[in-house]
Design a protein around this ligand. Structure first.
Ligand code: AKG
Length: 314
């Protein structure tokens, strides 16, 4: 369970850090399980970029046990209620030393919109997370902004493209929460928290196990789902869908020619009958939202904290 103070901090900032959650023997077991994935990480070029190796709960029973453990689930239940499912899970591995692996400013929700925003990610650190090795930074309070646009020229970019309202731009570094759990600690961040992480500038990798939880009444607006999506880790699923009154943009993934799987998460999003598809103007013509701002990180750069804030203001 979270304390009242932890809950208040989470709902104020959009994220919290809790140390000493995983006992040393369990941490060894999880590191051993993660080491077994090193070939896969290498195949995925972990020396070059941060790899998010998906389907973590299917890869080792140690990860499955952890996802369902009261250590994590009871804390998430303090925020989202007792009926909880996994949406997806992954190993996040940031490359060592070479100043690589930066992740631009983004929210998680626009990647996988649901009927409501009762989703949080728990990151369990296998290594200490520090500013030097590319810890996550969250714009405090940004989860209250609602979903921001991550599209450019009609295509989903993975990076927030929207200028923030003035009142939300941090005046100084205190407006950013550095998410720095030590190994065995966890962070929990809200699906709308605007966050990024700079490159790793140490000679050691930085690994975290990421579990995306959702309230059981949050339904994904998607037609194809991660393999562990919908796994009930606590409470019940009673068939109700809770819909928040708001406007979500569906991520139009990857710049492929129209008609060749332009919708990355399946066809349930399709709202066009066979004839209307021919009669309508091309999708680009109606969904183009080019913005002046792109929060992507230049490759190889380890920006200062004022530099990170500047990226939110441009
Ligand atoms: O690994 C990190 O530092 C950031 C992870 C992240 O941004 C995410 O999972 O959405």
């Amino acid at each position: 369970m979270l304390t009242d103070d932890q809950k208040a901090k989470f709902w104020r900032d959009g994220a919290i850090v809790i140390n000493d959650v995983i006992q040393p023997e369990e941490l060894d077991r999880l590191r051993g399980a993660a080491n077994e994935l090193s070939d896969e990480l290498e195949k995925a070029s972990v020396d070059e970029i941060t790899i998010h190796l998906q389907e973590l709960t299917t890869r080792n029973v140690a990860f499955r046990d952890l996802a369902k453990s009261p250590m994590l689930v009871s804390r998430v239940a303090s925020l989202l209620g007792p009926n909880l499912q996994i949406h997806h899970s992954k190993l996040g591995a940031k490359p060592a030393f070479q100043g690589k692996g930066g992740i631009c400013w983004h929210q998680d929700f626009p990647f996988f919109p649901h009927t409501n925003t009762s989703l949080v990610a728990v990151m369990v650190m296998l290594d200490d997370s520090t500013p030097q090795n590319g810890c996550m930074y969250v714009v405090r309070g940004s989860h209250k902004l609602g979903p921001l646009d991550h599209h450019l020229d009609g295509w989903f970019t993975s990076c927030c493209q929207e200028a923030l309202p003035k009142e939300v731009i941090p005046e100084d570094e205190s407006g950013l929460l550095a998410v720095t759990p030590l190994a065995g600690g966890i962070s929990i961040h809200h699906c709308l928290a605007l966050h990024m992480s700079p490159p790793n500038c140490t000679d050691l990798p930085r690994r975290g196990l990421i579990f995306q939880y959702r309230a059981a009444d949050a339904h994904a607006l998607a037609g194809s789902l991660p393999p562990d999506c919908g796994w009930q880790v606590s409470g019940i699923y009673d068939g109700h869908v809770r819909c928040e009154q708001a406007i979500w943009k569906l991520p139009k993934k990857f710049n492929k020619p129209l008609g060749v799987s332009e919708i990355g998460y399946g066809q349930a999003w399709n709202q066009l009958g066979a004839k209307a598809k021919d009669w309508n103007p091309p999708l680009e013509a109606v969904s183009k939202h080019a913005r002046a701002v792109n929060f992507a990180l230049p490759a190889g750069e380890h920006p200062s904290l004022p530099g990170l804030i500047e990226k939110l203001t441009r």
